[in-house]
Design a protein around this ligand. Structure first.
Ligand code: AMP
Ligand code: MG
Length: 190
């Protein structure tokens, strides 16, 4: 039987990687096999090998054609993977020319996920998290712009559900309620 394919998305600072890491530990302890794949890392490896960029945060500023080409390559790699997988990615990426669908038709129908998870939280919390994250070059945005991005991500995710029949699950990752978010994700993976 084919494995379960889970796509997990959220605006930068929503804390999806944090939630996933904690959840993957629980899943591993229960001996449920899951492969974790970071879409951005895959893309970054290819982009660096092609000499396009040196920094992960330059990727969203690449021209649209280059980004689409990279997306297609990665989607094909992901579709070839057997078993349970969890893909850490973005429903949309903010680029200089507007929102780029992270999961456009030719990507989502290649992957054919069972479920798309949206990790969300309050816009103000995301703003504060971004300001305190020195490991990344986050774009400086106000709470209103973050709200717009979160709204757009719901629209992009809904389009994916219409194309593939996958379900959509919203998980709130509020400050000091990380355990709750982790438990919800773990339950979905089981
Ligand atoms: P992250 O570490 O999750 O913030 O992802 C790093 C970068 O990877 C993002 O800023 C995007 O440039 C790129 N990326 C990740 N997923 C996608 C996707 N599905 N489509 C296009 N770019 C993506
Ligand atoms: Mg991340």
């Amino acid at each position: 039987m084919a494995g379960q394919k889970v796509i997990i998305t959220g605006v930068p600072g929503a804390g999806k990687t944090t939630v996933i890491n904690a959840s993957m530990e629980k899943i591993a302890a229960e001996r449920i096999p899951y492969q974790y794949i970071n879409f951005g890392s895959f893309m970054f490896e290819v982009a660096v090998a092609d000499g396009l960029i040196q920094d992960r945060d330059q990727m969203r500023k690449l021209d649209r054609t280059a980004q689409k080409h990279l997306q297609k390559l990665i989607a094909e790699k992901l579709a070839a993977i057997d078993g349970n997988i969890i893909i850490d990615t973005h429903a949309s990426v903010k680029t200089p020319s507007g929102y780029l669908a992270g999961l456009p038709a030719w990507v989502i129908t290649t992957i054919m996920p069972d479920v798309i998870i949206l990790v969300e939280t309050d816009n103000d919390q995301i703003l504060v998290r971004r300001l305190s994250d020195e490991s990344r070059v986050r774009d400086v945005e106000g709470a209103k712009a973050i709200a717009e991005h979160q709204e757009m991500n719901r629209a992009f995710a809904a389009s994916c559900a219409m194309l593939t029949g996958c379900t959509i699950k919203i998980i709130v990752n509020a400050d000091s309620l990380l355990d709750k978010a982790v438990e919800e994700l773990t339950a979905t993976l089981r």
